[in-house]
Design a protein around this ligand. Structure first.
Ligand code: GLN
Length: 556
């Protein structure tokens, strides 16, 4: 049933969601990787959506895209960033994927007339998927994060599959519980009872935690460690304190203060081969210690949910900015600006002068779009470094067409299908899919090659990177493209298409030359999906380098 010699670490959440299970799983991966083991991170999402692509980001945070084009949970981004690996599609599963496979197979008589009960067929399908992922990566250890919180109805079958795996291979399977310890304001004392209850709930599924990661707003003291240890039958040394910290990249280092990798490897009967967190430590310290602030405005629309701002929607953008800032020994200060505000009150635009750079990330639909176009124009005309990602690039082309090319009605057909100047258009392959309401997993998705034009801002940026190339591969997620019919006119008017698909048809990067603007560049792809703290993305580095220059010029 299991791949020979392989080890499994299941990461489950207790008490409540949103306490950093994904970052914990990534950090555990990092410390084991540093000990010489190849790690296979796997995420299981209990929802019935077949992938994350059709979900509103306000509901579920960022949709992350893999090389294969699979649209998945933002935690996959954390895994890739921490572990410097390109995670394959096989390492992501949802209840939707599992059920769909079983139901399709049943309809095709794949079960030979048997009654297809959830037990054992769902568990078997889950194990089949785990095995597929392990085979694909050839890794030594899988770290499997089960989404949701223990005790929920939704993730029960996945926990059952984990239980069966443990039953069959007791020494190869570990359970890590990521719990939360509240310190209620009025009481002023850290409470362990919810964690004790989470352990009891785990026990009711027939499993027991080997390690408890104790998340809290402050470190766990010895007394509380002992209390949980006593009630949960585990050693106080297996309870790891995980207080809130400034930078997530410190977490693996904090875990190692408690010798977590040794404890995990001992349990799994594995010998540490090496330990090498040197570069990681240098990077994490640089990010933490940087003091000089670069102010970046991110102008989007998915921020507000009730009274809260949800920056999670742009998680990879935030992290990419942090990676590049860290490399430049700068601290990043991001302000989240709602593009709607600039539609209602164009006078507000002047306030943008206080930023050293402006970024318009990816997006869909009409709301706030004229505001974004106004912001882009302001950045272009006022020499403020501008970086547009996907929609942010398309709208820069619309802006340039309107105000430089002199086509005041230029637009993307996503918003105005009747525009006389459709500078951004839907691709033929996409048109029918939209007409058929076939939205799931059907955009231009995943990694595509792109050729860089020598001597441009983009090419110079990539050339300065670790492995300079003129043909790059970047990840996409969109339906619309620059209309080839306008490329010549836009080029004549000064816009440079510095990255083009190998067949020359699709414009992947648009920019203004250095002589015209400190940095004005947009990408049809999403560079934020390929940045990591040890390898900041070259375009984010170039954008922030320009922002730092502006800052020193204005010395503000
Ligand atoms: N809405 C645009 C498109 O579909 C841009 C998508 C994006 O920014 N990811 O092409």
């Amino acid at each position: 049933m299991k791949t020979k010699g392989h080890k499994y670490i299941f990461v489950l959440g207790g008490v409540m969601s949103g306490v950093g299970k994904g970052v914990t799983a990534s950090s555990i991966g990092k410390i084991l990787q540093a000990r010489g083991y190849q790690i296979n991170p796997i995420k299981i999402d209990p929802y019935l959506n077949v992938d994350a692509g059709t979900m509103n980001p306000i509901e579920h945070g960022e949709v992350f895209v893999l090389d294969s084009g699979l649209e998945c949970d933002q935690d996959m981004g954390n895994y890739e960033r921490f572990l410097e690996v390109a995670v394959p599609s096989e390492s992501y599963m949802t209840s939707g994927m599992v059920y769909k496979h079983i139901i399709d197979k049943e309809r095709a008589l794949g079960y030979g007339g048997r009654c297809v009960d959830p037990v054992p067929y769902i568990c078997e399908e889950i194990s089949r998927r785990l095995n597929q992922s392990i085979k694909k990566t050839g890794a030594d250890i899988s770290i499997i994060e089960i989404g949701g919180t223990i005790g929920e109805y939704q993730n029960a079958m996945f926990i059952e599959a984990a239980r069966v795996l443990k039953l069959r291979h007791p020494t190869d399977v570990l359970f890590v519980l990521v719990s939360y310890l509240p310190v209620p304001g009025k009481i002023g004392e850290m409470k362990t009872k919810p964690t004790q209850a989470a352990v009891q709930t785990m026990n009711s599924y027939g499993i027991h935690p080997d390690i408890i990661i104790a998340r809290a707003d402050r470190p766990l003291d010895q007394k509380r460690k002992e209390k949980i240890a006593f009630s949960s039958n585990i050693s106080p040394f297996d309870i790891i304190s995980a207080p809130d910290i400034e930078s997530i990249y410190q977490i693996p280092l904090n875990f190692e203060k408690d010798d977590l990798s040794t404890r995990l490897l001992d349990r799994l009967g594995l010998k540490p081969r090496q330990t090498d967190l040197k570069d990681w430590r240098k990077m994490a310290d640089r990010i933490e210690k940087a003091k000089v602030e670069v102010r970046i405005a991110v102008v989007g629309k998915y921020f507000k949910t009730g009274d809260f701002v949800l920056a999670d929607v742009y998680l990879s953008v935030i992290e990419s900015l942090k990676h590049a800032a860290g490399r430049l020994n700068k601290k990043i200060k991001i302000d989240w600006l709602d593009s709607n505000d600039y539609e209602e009150d164009p006078k507000k635009l002047k306030e943008l002068k206080k930023y050293h750079g402006i970024l318009v990330p990816g997006g869909f639909g009409e709301r706030g779009i004229e505001g974004k176009i106004k912001v882009i124009r302001f950045a272009r005309e006022n020499q403020i470094p501008y970086f547009g990602l996907c929609y942010g690039m398309q709208l820069a082309v619309v802006e340039y067409s309107r105000h430089v090319l002199g086509l005041p009605k230029a637009h993307t057909t996503e918003i105005d299908p009747e525009t006389p100047d459709p500078v951004i258009v839907i691709m033929d392959a996409q048109r029918q899919l939209v007409a058929d309401k076939n939205y799931g997993g059907t955009m231009r998705l995943g990694a595509y090659p792109c050729r860089l034009v020598k001597g441009t801002v983009a090419e110079t940026a990539y050339r300065a990177g670790v492995s300079p190339k003129t043909e790059i591969s970047e990840r996409h997620r969109h339906r619309y493209e620059v209309n080839p019919a306008y490329v010549e006119r836009l080029t004549k008017a000064g816009l440079i298409f510095s990255g083009v698909s190998p067949d020359g048809v699709l414009m992947e990067i648009a920019e203004l030359p250095k002589s015209a603007h400190p940095f004005f560049l947009g990408t049809q792809f999403h560079p934020e999906f390929k940045s990591s703290p040890l390898n900041p993305h070259p375009l984010f580095l170039a954008f922030l380098t320009a922002a730092v220059k502006i800052k020193s010029r204005t010395s503000a």
